[in-house]
Design a protein around this ligand. Structure first.
Ligand code: HEM
Length: 393
């Protein structure tokens, strides 16, 4: 079953999902003792039923860190309250002009060349710069910030044992030390001079009357760095992949730009940036006539759920006008993605600019694209494009 994680399958896992979903929507992989869910109803249940499925997960190499994403109520509720207010519709709307400026600046540097690697020149930079600004990281520290993000994403290798897992753990521990030293200085500064950013919010936040300690703040920092970058990068990448694969839908979007928001939802469904999440069973759980014993590692496959024919009409068709589109690319329930509105806004700005400035874009290489390093993420590591430069409106 680990063929799910080979490069070939990760480029296009959907035929294999369809086969497995039809044959057995709950699959036990004995080697890694993984329980994998493929159908919409059980994936959605695992994501939201926190009585039966915990977000605190033990792997071969230890337990998940003490982050919001990996916590259960009541701690989860308290941690989530601390940063929820930073992600209100109004805060996101206030950020939009900044995102537009960043996007234009990035494209101004590259567009005249008539070719670019979408990932290194644009899509990996924009979300990182946005989240860095929200957190309160000065622009000169961006390169470091990006590198730390990469190291955290590689931690997905640690679901299995072996060399790669060991290397990922070592790199992560070195990066964590760097982050700790870096944060200590910048947090001192915020204590002295508060600002309107997430670092100040974290310094001032209290849980049960107590301030967060250095470890807890580091956890938030790492989570936002990982969650805020890789996923949105791949929403943008995957949108361009979809448009190149389905030129009729691109033409439709160019003719009817009002479909952009709906097109973004369809990309989220069709090539979900986060293909899977993880849970562990708190007790024995019966699903599809089988029992997952307590304490087992469960992989709800979001990318497969979003193609389940029981919930989507002609799921293998990319249709930018799809309505209804009840995809669960951002999860479901108490852990529903805090950054959903932010990443929808970033994708809207990015795709408006890319469609305007990259006229007639096409792949600049025949090589199959290399999947992202993080195993649960769907999208290319590089996406070389050729195009005719379009003027800025
Ligand atoms: C296309 C972009 C994105 C996708 C597909 C995505 C996907 C997800 C998913 C599936 C979850 C649920 C995890 C679970 O149930 O265990 C989640 C949670 C989360 N996401 Fe996102 N995400 C995206 C962008 C962002 C951005 C831009 C941010 C922040 C800047 C962010 C921050 C978070 C946080 C903090 C959580 C944890 C929420 C909790 O545990 O209560 N995400 N995301």
């Amino acid at each position: 079953m680990m063929e799910l994680f080979t490069d070939d399958v990760r480029r296009n896992p959907f035929p294999l999902y369809a086969k497995l979903r039809a044959a057995s929507p709950l699959l036990h992989e004995p080697q890694a003792d993984l329980w994998i869910l493929f159908d919409y109803d059980s994936v959605r249940r695992a994501l939201h039923d926190h009585e039966a499925f915990s977000s605190i997960v033990a792997t071969e190499t230890g337990t998940t860190p003490d982050w919001l994403l990996f916590s259960d109520p009541p701690r989860h509720t308290k941690l989530r309250n601390i940063i929820m207010r930073a992600f209100t519709p109004r805060s996101i709307a206030n950020l939009e002009p900044h995102v537009q400026t960043l996007s234009r600046e990035l494209l101004d540097v590259t567009v005249e060349r008539g070719e670019m690697d979408l990932v290194t020149d644009y899509s990996s930079l924009l979300p990182a710069m946005v989240i860095a600004k929200m957190i309160g990281i000065p622009p000169e520290d961006r390169a470091r910030f990006l590198r730390w993000g990469d190291v955290i994403m590689k931690l997905s290798y640690t679901i299995a044992d072996g060399e790669e897992s060991k290397r990922a753990m070592e790199e992560n521990s070195a990066a964590r030390n760097e982050m700790r030293t870096y944060l200590a200085d910048i947090l001192d500064e915020r204590r002295r001079v508060p600002r309107d950013d997430l670092l100040t919010r974290l310094v001032e936040a209290e849980v049960d009357g107590e301030r967060l300690d250095g470890k807890e703040i580091l956890g938030f920092f790492q989570l936002l760095l990982a969650a805020g970058t890789e996923t949105t990068t791949n929403l943008i990448n995957n949108a361009l992949l979809c448009f190149m694969e389905y030129p009729d839908q691109l033409a439709r979007l160019r003719a009817e730009p009002a479909l952009l928001a709906s097109a973004i939802e369809e990309v989220l469904r069709f090539r979900s940036p986060a293909q899977s999440m993880f849970r562990s069973t708190k007790r024995d759980v019966e699903l599809h006539g089988q029992v997952i014993p307590a304490g087992k590692f469960v992989l709800p496959m979001i990318g497969s759920a979003n193609r389940d024919p029981k919930h989507f009409h002609e799921p293998e068709r990319f249709d930018i006008g799809r309505d209804p589109n009840p995809h669960i690319a951002f999860g479901h329930g108490i852990h529903f993605c805090l950054g959903a509105a932010l990443s929808r806004m970033e994708a809207r700005v990015a795709l408006t600019d890319l469609l305007e400035r990259l006229r007639n874009f096409r792949l600049a290489s025949d090589e199959p694209w290399q999947p992202r390093q993080a195993l649960h993420v769907h999208g290319p590591t590089h996406l070389p494009l050729r195009f005719e430069p379009g003027a800025r409106s």
